[in-house]
Design a protein around this ligand. Structure first.
Ligand code: SF4
Length: 259
């Protein structure tokens, strides 16, 4: 399948379905994928397909690349709405993630103070205090919650660590005391001959109960946008996503839908 890998530290700006004009920052290798999940829908491909021996970029290289790109954009009169940490895997796995966020806040404040800083994270590294503290400092701390059922988390996200469970995830997400955005990918289909569907009543009612406990400032729900490494997956249609969103809105949550 065609995978999408970012071959630079700073990429874009691109128009993001969820975030607007987004300048991307990739803290992972530029020629492969590095992630603590192995999601069946990952646009970077499955972990076994994306092996790399390339080192992660240094803190200094990230700062320099960001500074250069934002300065060039300022000269052209282009301003990003958001500087987004995403890229070829899980950004919080970078050992200098906390310092890189400090640098990014300083560079942003100096060159484009109106841009937000967003991190798209899979929530696996929240037990690391440095990661938790850094995520608390960014404008949009966007954390993944695809299911409240352990068997579904295993099926959809395939976490590397056996200790990653819904119970762990909920405890970590609660620690932000509402300073977070929840992102949930809804999909259906089949994987390894087994049905998968995280839009069932059991899933949605559990997901809403989890939102009540987590109390996020926003919820982003979305579905498959491009070809996935596991081919037997299907999009959830916009009407169904809107029905799910409406149930969460009735509980007082701000929900955006990208279909
Ligand atoms: S968390 Fe993101 S980068 Fe990692 S496997 Fe899942 S979709 Fe891919």
């Amino acid at each position: 399948m065609p995978t999408i890998l970012f071959d630079q530290i700073v990429f874009g700006p691109i128009h993001s379905r969820r975030l607007g004009v987004s300048l991307g920052v990739n803290l992972l290798p530029v020629d492969g994928k590095l992630c603590s999940f192995d999601c069946i829908y990952c646009e970077c491909g499955l972990n076994k397909e994306g092996r790399t021996r390339t080192k992660l970029p240094t803190r200094e290289a990230v700062r320099e690349a960001l500074e250069q790109k934002l300065s060039a954009m300022r000269e052209e009169g282009v301003r990003p709405d958001v500087i987004t940490f995403a890229g070829n895997g899980e950004p919080t796995m970078h050992p200098q993630f906390g310092q890189i966020i400090e640098d990014t806040i300083e560079v942003r404040n100096r060159i484009c103070p109106k841009a937000k800083i967003a991190v798209l994270s899979n929530s696996t590294m929240l037990h690391k205090q440095e990661v938790f503290d850094a995520l608390n400092k960014v404008d949009d701390n966007i954390l993944k919650l695809d299911s409240v059922l352990d068997k579904r988390i295993q099926q959809l996200n395939a976490p590397n660590s056996p200790s990653f469970t819904f119970e762990y995830l909920l405890e970590q997400l609660k620690r932000f005391k509402g300073n977070l955005i929840i992102q949930t990918m809804f999909l259906k289909g089949e994987v390894d001959g087994e049905k998968t569907d995280n839009t069932t009543e059991e899933e949605i009612s559990g997901w809403i109960e989890a939102l009540k406990v987590i109390s996020p400032k926003q919820v982003m729900i979305y579905t498959i946008d491009r070809e996935t490494p596991v081919h037997s997956l299907q999009k959830v249609n916009k009407e169904e996503l809107e029905r799910i969103a409406d149930r969460a809105r009735k509980e007082g949550f701000e929900v955006t839908v990208s279909a």
